[in-house]
Design a protein around this ligand. Structure first.
Ligand code: CA
Ligand code: CA
Ligand code: CA
Length: 140
């Protein structure tokens, strides 16, 4: 059986950069006050917020935690799954690749599992952690 989008299967729906940018928006909302993040260094701030142990690197666990937050942030109708309409900019082929059981919905497990492939893709030196430079340089 041929998989029509096999080449796309390793591409995450959101780039790691977009993931971190979403997180910045999420955290700004959670705080509830005026945006704390200046637009010019939003990417830096998002990276710093994701790097919870502040070692200057985003490891797989920190990235996974962030993806779970992005999942809940994106689930606008709070039904526990992400429809493609809840992921602006998602390509249908990428969405389909992430939807492993093919029910037209992304569970948290499907979303996070698929997006973690982006972590490996961005980790160009293969040390299991993302530097700010790797996040900035990575293109899906
Ligand atoms: Ca870290
Ligand atoms: Ca939803
Ligand atoms: Ca599914």
């Amino acid at each position: 059986m041929r998989v029509p989008h096999a080449r796309d299967a390793r591409r995450p729906i959101l780039s790691s950069r977009a993931t971190l940018a979403l997180c910045a928006a999420l955290l700004a909302m959670a705080v509830g006050g005026p945006p704390l993040l200046a637009q010019t260094n939003e990417a830096d701030a998002a990276f710093a917020l994701t790097d919870r142990n502040q070692d200057g690197m985003v490891d797989a666990e920190e990235y996974r935690n962030r993806l779970v937050e992005v999942f809940y942030f994106s689930d606008k109708d709070v039904d526990g799954v992400l429809m493609i309409t809840e992921l602006p900019g998602a390509a249908p082929s990428e969405y389909a690749a992430a939807d492993r059981n093919g029910d037209g919905k992304l569970s948290q497990e499907e979303f996070v599992g698929h997006q973690m492939q982006g972590f490996s893709g961005a980790d160009t030196n293969g040390d299991g952690k993302l530097s700010e430079q790797e996040v900035g340089a990575w293109k899906p």
